[in-house]
Design a protein around this ligand. Structure first.
Ligand code: GLU
Length: 304
């Protein structure tokens, strides 16, 4: 037996309330919940509502209702990312003062245009965070030498070269433990080479304009603040985990274990998305299906 003093296994499910809970979400939530139960651990729900334009209280209420119907129980109070903006701001301020962030005014169209401009035969690279930023705004706007805190009306990007330099030798030892599998079957100890961060992630956005944060920043800060030890989520986020591990190192946060799981697909093999209302749990409920049916449909064992 190991670690009598170790933290209890703490799993979380972190939906964005921008649509109904569908079969894919139910599979993810149940997988994490079952794992927490099997370990005698804790299970948390976190509402990822930083995108105020898309998040709706009625979706949040519907998601909670569906999860409870599925048999899930979670600790209260539930953490809402919209309540955490001061924590995100503090972390950004720290990174800004360390010279690791810069302001960016580029629109998506600017980035596409700059990335596809012919430059010595280089092809635009798509990574886990989309098109790798071509660096247009690097050094273009006032930085921490003249501005004490970052602007709130522009996006903030992490300078990947500066971030890796700040980590020094630690940058060579980044990695995480995968308890499930990535899309290519990756499992066990996964290394995150600095080259991959530089070439396929690049200068990622840590604060979107007008939001004061980003998915990547919020998720690592919240997992740490909530004491999450195990992150269960879809294999589509396997690539993003490289970014999360880098941010954890920069911010001095623990690295949870990750369990990436297969995605639930529709009959044509496409992964389900929020717009797949036909797979909404609410509709299955209305049709008279039971939580046991949902478990069966997603290939999960019966409730323990
Ligand atoms: N809010 C994210 C989503 O709904 C979850 C991300 C995560 O589990 O890290 O896709």
């Amino acid at each position: 037996m190991c670690c009598a003093t170790a933290e209890p296994v703490t799993e979380r499910f972190a939906p964005s309330p921008t649509g109904p809970l569908h079969l894919g979400h139910a599979f993810s939530a149940l997988t994490g919940f079952d794992a927490a139960r099997a370990a005698g651990g804790r299970f948390l729900l976190r509402i990822e509502d930083i995108d105020r334009a898309r998040a709706r209280p009625e979706w949040e209420a519907g998601i909670s209702e569906d999860l409870a119907w599925l048999g899930l129980r979670w600790e209260t109070p539930v953490l809402r990312q919209s309540d955490r903006l001061p924590a995100y701001r503090d972390a950004l301020l720290g990174l800004w003062r360390r010279g690791l962030l810069y302001s960016c005014s580029c629109t998506r169209r600017d980035i596409e245009a700059a990335a596809s401009a012919p430059q010595e035969g280089a092809e635009p690279v798509h990574g886990p965070d989309g098109l790798v930023y071509p660096g247009t705004c690097r050094g273009r706007w006032p930085g921490p030498d003249t501005q004490d805190s970052p602007p709130e009306d522009m996006a903030l990007r992490l300078s990947m070269p500066e971030a890796l330099a700040a980590l020094g030798e630690r940058a060579e030892r980044l990695g995480f433990r995968e308890l499930g599998a990535g899309p290519g079957g990756e499992t066990g100890e996964i290394r995150v080479p600095p080259r991959a961060l530089r070439d396929t992630c690049g200068d990622i956005v840590l604060a979107r304009r007008g939001l004061g944060t980003s998915y990547h920043l919020s998720v690592v800060l919240d997992d740490a603040a909530q004491g999450v030890t195990h992150v269960t989520r879809g294999e589509d986020l396997f690539g993003a985990t490289q970014i999360h591990v880098l941010l954890q190192a920069l911010l001095g946060l623990p690295v949870p274990r990750y369990r990436h799981h297969r995605l639930i697909r529709d009959a044509a093999g496409r992964r389900l998305a929020k717009r797949d209302d036909a797979r909404a749990i609410r509709l299955y409920r209305e049709e008279g299906l039971s939580p046991a049916d949902i478990r069966r449909m997603t290939g999960l064992p019966a409730a323990p």
